[in-house]
Design a protein around this ligand. Sequence first.
Ligand code: HEC
Length: 198
Amino acid sequence: MMGKGFLSGLIVGIVGAVLFSQWGSAVASKETGAAPCLPADKVAEYVHSVIQADREFYTTDIVERMQLRGIVFASEHWRETARLPLPAQFLLESGRLVSQQRNGIRFRLISDWAINKTNRPATEFERAGLTEILLNPDRPYTGVTTEGGQPVFQALYPDKAVSQTCIGCHNAHPNSPKKDFKSHDVMGGILLTIPLPR
Ligand code: HEC
């Protein structure tokens, strides 16, 4: 009997505590108001840092580590072979998956000297951005544009030849229109698109 009374007391206590805490947090959120808004350029900066970290980890700890040990190599034709995707393809493929989520956020790699023609600039913003990041390679080119009536914030981050392998591969690639990339050259840019409220 004692046990039953204790148990029901405990249940009432737990339910009460949960309800009270929810009421408490509802009151607290009303007091603090809506969450503060982040400026679009900050959001872009955060998303870009995640993309870069993933790409860096994939390049050094997967592709380069596996190649160094002779386990598996990266190749442009990874789909048809037992190879790993190139880091640029890793970024482009994850960008394709993100665009399928249809929440409006998108990213891809573009360049005036693209190996793959589909990575060439397609809009006025992209063309202007690629010119601008050559002149100011230490900051992104940003702006607000519209796409299908939807206002979007866009940021183009310079993509530099950070290692000899970037230059070696691009300069030697038969489809590369530029054969004289040098160390630390801006080879293109990471284009990030974030939807804005209408
Ligand atoms: C082994 C060869 C190889 C290496 C190494 C390489 N790339 Fe690429 N890169 C490619 C190929 C191939 C593409 C086209 C991929 C596609 O769209 O399918 C590409 C695409 C790109 C693009 C998009 C424009 C284009 O050319 O299509 C940029 C920008 C780029 N790479 C920059 C870099 C940078 C920076 C590095 C070094 C950190 C690098 N790449 C290393 C082969 C390489």
